[in-house]
Design a protein around this ligand. Structure first.
Ligand code: ADP
Ligand code: MG
Length: 271
Protein backbone atom coordinates (compact mmCIF):
# COMPACT_ATOMS: atom_id res chain seq x y z
CA UNK A 1 0.00 0.00 0.00
CA UNK A 2 1.52 3.28 -1.04
CA UNK A 3 0.97 6.01 1.50
CA UNK A 4 2.43 8.86 -0.46
CA UNK A 5 1.46 8.55 -4.03
CA UNK A 6 -2.13 9.52 -4.70
CA UNK A 7 -3.53 7.69 -7.64
CA UNK A 8 -3.89 9.05 -11.09
CA UNK A 9 -7.48 9.47 -12.18
CA UNK A 10 -8.17 6.85 -14.80
CA UNK A 11 -10.42 7.64 -17.70
CA UNK A 12 -12.08 4.26 -17.41
CA UNK A 13 -12.68 4.35 -13.66
CA UNK A 14 -15.75 5.61 -11.90
CA UNK A 15 -13.84 8.52 -10.41
CA UNK A 16 -13.46 10.34 -13.69
CA UNK A 17 -13.69 14.08 -13.09
CA UNK A 18 -13.73 17.10 -15.35
CA UNK A 19 -10.01 16.98 -15.89
CA UNK A 20 -8.66 13.48 -16.24
CA UNK A 21 -5.02 14.38 -15.84
CA UNK A 22 -5.45 15.65 -12.28
CA UNK A 23 -4.90 13.36 -9.34
CA UNK A 24 -7.52 13.18 -6.65
CA UNK A 25 -6.74 14.27 -3.12
CA UNK A 26 -9.89 12.53 -2.02
CA UNK A 27 -12.84 10.71 -3.50
CA UNK A 28 -15.99 9.81 -1.58
CA UNK A 29 -18.88 7.63 -2.74
CA UNK A 30 -22.27 7.14 -1.10
CA UNK A 31 -20.78 8.07 2.20
CA UNK A 32 -23.03 7.64 5.19
CA UNK A 33 -22.51 8.26 8.88
CA UNK A 34 -24.98 7.25 11.54
CA UNK A 35 -24.65 8.00 15.21
CA UNK A 36 -26.46 5.35 17.21
CA UNK A 37 -27.83 6.81 20.41
CA UNK A 38 -29.94 5.09 23.06
CA UNK A 39 -33.23 6.48 21.89
CA UNK A 40 -32.57 7.09 18.19
CA UNK A 41 -30.17 6.83 15.30
CA UNK A 42 -28.99 10.14 13.86
CA UNK A 43 -28.30 9.94 10.14
CA UNK A 44 -25.71 12.71 9.95
CA UNK A 45 -24.65 11.87 6.36
CA UNK A 46 -27.06 10.07 4.05
CA UNK A 47 -25.01 9.19 0.99
CA UNK A 48 -22.63 11.91 -0.14
CA UNK A 49 -20.41 11.58 -3.22
CA UNK A 50 -17.82 13.92 -4.67
CA UNK A 51 -14.20 14.15 -5.77
CA UNK A 52 -11.62 16.71 -4.76
CA UNK A 53 -8.73 16.99 -7.22
CA UNK A 54 -5.33 17.92 -5.84
CA UNK A 55 -4.92 21.68 -5.70
CA UNK A 56 -8.61 22.36 -5.23
CA UNK A 57 -9.91 24.83 -2.66
CA UNK A 58 -13.33 23.78 -1.43
CA UNK A 59 -15.66 25.61 0.93
CA UNK A 60 -18.24 23.38 2.61
CA UNK A 61 -21.39 25.23 3.63
CA UNK A 62 -24.84 24.35 4.91
CA UNK A 63 -27.16 24.98 7.84
CA UNK A 64 -26.26 23.95 11.35
CA UNK A 65 -26.71 20.19 11.72
CA UNK A 66 -26.38 19.50 7.99
CA UNK A 67 -23.33 17.29 8.49
CA UNK A 68 -20.40 19.60 7.74
CA UNK A 69 -18.30 18.74 10.78
CA UNK A 70 -19.14 15.05 10.41
CA UNK A 71 -17.86 15.13 6.84
CA UNK A 72 -14.69 16.98 7.83
CA UNK A 73 -14.06 14.51 10.65
CA UNK A 74 -14.37 11.61 8.22
CA UNK A 75 -12.03 13.28 5.73
CA UNK A 76 -9.61 13.85 8.57
CA UNK A 77 -9.72 10.20 9.70
CA UNK A 78 -10.99 11.24 13.12
CA UNK A 79 -13.92 8.91 12.66
CA UNK A 80 -15.00 6.06 10.38
CA UNK A 81 -17.92 6.12 7.97
CA UNK A 82 -20.89 3.81 8.54
CA UNK A 83 -21.05 2.96 4.86
CA UNK A 84 -19.67 3.98 1.50
CA UNK A 85 -16.11 4.59 0.46
CA UNK A 86 -13.66 7.33 1.24
CA UNK A 87 -10.36 7.37 -0.57
CA UNK A 88 -7.40 9.49 0.38
CA UNK A 89 -5.21 9.11 -2.64
CA UNK A 90 -5.39 5.38 -3.31
CA UNK A 91 -6.07 4.31 0.26
CA UNK A 92 -9.61 3.33 1.21
CA UNK A 93 -10.13 4.75 4.67
CA UNK A 94 -13.27 2.69 5.22
CA UNK A 95 -11.13 -0.47 5.21
CA UNK A 96 -8.59 0.71 7.74
CA UNK A 97 -7.97 -0.29 11.31
CA UNK A 98 -7.94 2.34 14.04
CA UNK A 99 -4.13 2.21 14.16
CA UNK A 100 -3.84 2.79 10.44
CA UNK A 101 -6.24 5.71 10.70
CA UNK A 102 -4.20 7.23 13.52
CA UNK A 103 -1.08 6.88 11.40
CA UNK A 104 -2.67 8.63 8.44
CA UNK A 105 -4.09 11.33 10.66
CA UNK A 106 -0.73 12.17 12.19
CA UNK A 107 1.29 11.99 8.99
CA UNK A 108 -0.87 13.13 6.14
CA UNK A 109 -3.56 15.49 7.35
CA UNK A 110 -3.34 19.06 8.56
CA UNK A 111 -6.10 20.41 10.79
CA UNK A 112 -7.08 23.95 11.60
CA UNK A 113 -9.87 24.51 14.13
CA UNK A 114 -12.02 27.50 15.00
CA UNK A 115 -10.56 27.61 18.51
CA UNK A 116 -6.92 27.08 17.39
CA UNK A 117 -6.34 24.14 19.78
CA UNK A 118 -2.81 25.15 20.74
CA UNK A 119 -1.00 23.82 23.80
CA UNK A 120 -0.71 26.70 26.26
CA UNK A 121 2.53 25.53 27.89
CA UNK A 122 4.40 25.34 24.59
CA UNK A 123 6.03 28.10 22.56
CA UNK A 124 5.12 28.94 18.96
CA UNK A 125 7.89 26.76 17.53
CA UNK A 126 7.06 23.89 19.88
CA UNK A 127 3.37 24.04 19.01
CA UNK A 128 4.20 23.85 15.32
CA UNK A 129 6.28 20.72 16.00
CA UNK A 130 3.54 18.92 17.95
CA UNK A 131 2.45 16.60 15.08
CA UNK A 132 6.09 15.49 14.78
CA UNK A 133 6.33 14.53 18.47
CA UNK A 134 3.78 11.82 17.87
CA UNK A 135 6.09 10.30 15.30
CA UNK A 136 9.20 10.66 17.45
CA UNK A 137 10.72 13.04 14.93
CA UNK A 138 12.50 15.68 16.99
CA UNK A 139 15.82 16.46 15.35
CA UNK A 140 17.30 19.84 14.49
CA UNK A 141 15.95 19.50 10.96
CA UNK A 142 12.42 19.40 12.34
CA UNK A 143 13.02 22.44 14.49
CA UNK A 144 14.35 24.32 11.48
CA UNK A 145 11.28 23.34 9.51
CA UNK A 146 9.02 24.62 12.29
CA UNK A 147 10.92 27.91 12.36
CA UNK A 148 10.61 28.28 8.60
CA UNK A 149 6.88 27.68 8.82
CA UNK A 150 6.55 30.26 11.61
CA UNK A 151 8.36 32.70 9.35
CA UNK A 152 6.11 31.69 6.49
CA UNK A 153 2.96 32.70 8.39
CA UNK A 154 4.52 35.95 9.57
CA UNK A 155 5.54 34.91 13.09
CA UNK A 156 9.30 34.86 12.64
CA UNK A 157 9.64 37.39 15.47
CA UNK A 158 7.39 35.47 17.87
CA UNK A 159 9.08 32.07 17.97
CA UNK A 160 9.30 31.81 21.75
CA UNK A 161 5.94 33.37 22.59
CA UNK A 162 3.25 31.30 24.23
CA UNK A 163 -0.33 31.25 22.90
CA UNK A 164 -1.59 33.56 25.68
CA UNK A 165 0.87 36.20 24.49
CA UNK A 166 -0.55 36.18 20.96
CA UNK A 167 -3.68 37.66 19.36
CA UNK A 168 -6.37 35.35 17.97
CA UNK A 169 -5.13 35.87 14.43
CA UNK A 170 -1.56 35.08 15.45
CA UNK A 171 -2.72 31.92 17.23
CA UNK A 172 -4.56 30.82 14.12
CA UNK A 173 -1.38 31.39 12.11
CA UNK A 174 0.48 29.08 14.50
CA UNK A 175 -2.26 26.50 13.91
CA UNK A 176 -1.87 26.86 10.14
CA UNK A 177 1.90 26.42 10.41
CA UNK A 178 1.32 23.35 12.60
CA UNK A 179 -1.07 21.94 10.01
CA UNK A 180 1.69 22.14 7.39
CA UNK A 181 4.56 20.62 9.35
CA UNK A 182 3.91 17.12 8.01
CA UNK A 183 3.61 18.35 4.45
CA UNK A 184 0.04 17.02 4.53
CA UNK A 185 -2.09 15.67 1.80
CA UNK A 186 -4.58 18.44 2.42
CA UNK A 187 -5.47 21.06 4.96
CA UNK A 188 -8.86 20.69 6.66
CA UNK A 189 -10.22 23.74 8.43
CA UNK A 190 -13.47 23.83 10.46
CA UNK A 191 -14.66 27.47 10.64
CA UNK A 192 -11.07 28.77 10.82
CA UNK A 193 -12.16 32.42 10.83
CA UNK A 194 -15.22 31.95 13.04
CA UNK A 195 -13.60 33.74 16.00
CA UNK A 196 -11.81 36.47 14.05
CA UNK A 197 -12.65 40.05 13.05
CA UNK A 198 -12.74 41.03 9.39
CA UNK A 199 -9.16 42.32 9.20
CA UNK A 200 -7.77 39.16 10.76
CA UNK A 201 -10.07 36.97 8.68
CA UNK A 202 -8.61 38.60 5.59
CA UNK A 203 -5.05 37.93 6.79
CA UNK A 204 -5.82 34.27 7.39
CA UNK A 205 -7.56 33.93 4.02
CA UNK A 206 -4.55 35.49 2.32
CA UNK A 207 -2.42 32.72 3.80
CA UNK A 208 -4.86 30.11 2.46
CA UNK A 209 -4.81 31.83 -0.95
CA UNK A 210 -1.02 31.68 -1.03
CA UNK A 211 -0.93 28.03 0.07
CA UNK A 212 -3.49 27.09 -2.55
CA UNK A 213 -1.54 29.02 -5.22
CA UNK A 214 1.40 26.75 -4.36
CA UNK A 215 -0.78 23.72 -5.03
CA UNK A 216 -1.92 22.87 -1.51
CA UNK A 217 -5.41 21.33 -1.38
CA UNK A 218 -7.70 23.12 1.08
CA UNK A 219 -11.09 22.06 2.38
CA UNK A 220 -12.75 24.45 4.78
CA UNK A 221 -16.10 24.71 6.50
CA UNK A 222 -17.59 28.17 6.80
CA UNK A 223 -20.89 29.94 7.47
CA UNK A 224 -19.80 33.12 5.77
CA UNK A 225 -20.47 33.82 2.10
CA UNK A 226 -17.52 36.18 1.79
CA UNK A 227 -15.18 33.48 3.08
CA UNK A 228 -16.68 30.81 0.80
CA UNK A 229 -16.53 33.12 -2.24
CA UNK A 230 -12.73 33.11 -2.02
CA UNK A 231 -12.57 29.34 -2.52
CA UNK A 232 -12.57 27.75 -5.97
CA UNK A 233 -15.62 25.69 -5.28
CA UNK A 234 -18.58 25.67 -2.88
CA UNK A 235 -20.19 22.41 -1.77
CA UNK A 236 -23.45 22.82 0.13
CA UNK A 237 -24.87 20.15 2.38
CA UNK A 238 -28.49 19.91 3.46
CA UNK A 239 -29.94 17.25 5.77
CA UNK A 240 -26.83 15.13 5.40
CA UNK A 241 -26.92 15.18 1.61
CA UNK A 242 -25.08 17.07 -1.07
CA UNK A 243 -27.33 19.95 -2.04
CA UNK A 244 -25.23 21.91 -4.56
CA UNK A 245 -21.67 21.79 -5.86
CA UNK A 246 -20.59 24.89 -7.78
CA UNK A 247 -17.36 26.31 -9.13
CA UNK A 248 -16.62 29.89 -8.09
CA UNK A 249 -15.72 32.09 -11.04
CA UNK A 250 -12.45 34.00 -10.96
CA UNK A 251 -14.44 37.29 -11.10
CA UNK A 252 -16.38 36.32 -8.00
CA UNK A 253 -13.20 35.36 -6.16
CA UNK A 254 -11.53 38.65 -7.02
CA UNK A 255 -14.67 40.59 -6.04
CA UNK A 256 -14.76 38.79 -2.68
CA UNK A 257 -11.13 39.70 -2.05
CA UNK A 258 -11.72 43.34 -2.95
CA UNK A 259 -14.87 43.58 -0.84
CA UNK A 260 -13.04 42.15 2.14
CA UNK A 261 -10.08 44.48 1.70
CA UNK A 262 -12.51 47.41 1.52
CA UNK A 263 -14.29 46.32 4.69
CA UNK A 264 -10.93 46.18 6.42
CA UNK A 265 -9.97 49.67 5.25
CA UNK A 266 -13.32 51.07 6.42
CA UNK A 267 -12.85 49.41 9.79
CA UNK A 268 -9.33 50.84 10.14
CA UNK A 269 -10.55 54.30 9.10
CA UNK A 270 -13.12 54.25 11.92
CA UNK A 271 -10.49 53.47 14.54
N1 ADP B 1 -21.00 12.49 18.15
C1 ADP B 1 -22.29 12.61 17.79
N2 ADP B 1 -23.23 11.83 18.36
C2 ADP B 1 -24.53 11.94 18.00
N3 ADP B 1 -24.99 12.80 17.07
C3 ADP B 1 -24.10 13.59 16.47
C4 ADP B 1 -22.70 13.55 16.80
N4 ADP B 1 -22.05 14.46 16.03
C5 ADP B 1 -22.99 15.05 15.28
N5 ADP B 1 -24.22 14.54 15.53
C6 ADP B 1 -25.49 14.90 14.87
O1 ADP B 1 -25.29 14.73 13.46
C7 ADP B 1 -25.90 15.80 12.74
C8 ADP B 1 -24.85 16.55 11.93
O2 ADP B 1 -23.98 17.21 12.82
P1 ADP B 1 -22.69 18.04 12.37
O3 ADP B 1 -21.91 17.24 11.42
O4 ADP B 1 -22.01 18.52 13.60
O5 ADP B 1 -23.37 19.27 11.60
P2 ADP B 1 -22.80 20.72 11.24
O6 ADP B 1 -21.34 20.72 11.45
O7 ADP B 1 -23.22 20.94 9.82
O8 ADP B 1 -23.51 21.69 12.16
C9 ADP B 1 -26.60 16.67 13.77
O9 ADP B 1 -27.94 16.23 13.86
C10 ADP B 1 -25.86 16.35 15.05
O10 ADP B 1 -26.68 16.54 16.17
MG1 MG C 1 -20.07 21.96 12.69
Amino acid sequence: MSMNDPYEVSSSGETTSMNDSRRLATSIRDLTKEYVLKSETVRALRGVSFDVPEGDYVAIMGPSGSGKSTLLNLLGCLDKPTNGSLYLGEDDIAEMTDDELAEIRSTRIGFVFQSYNLIQQLSVVENIQVPLYYQGRLGSGEKRRAMELAERVGLGDRLDHRPAQLSGGQQQRVAIARSLVNDPFFVLADEPTGNLDSATTDEILQIFDALNDEGRTIILVTHEDDVADRAKRIVRLKDGMLHTDEQVSEERRVAARLAQRQAVEEMLARE
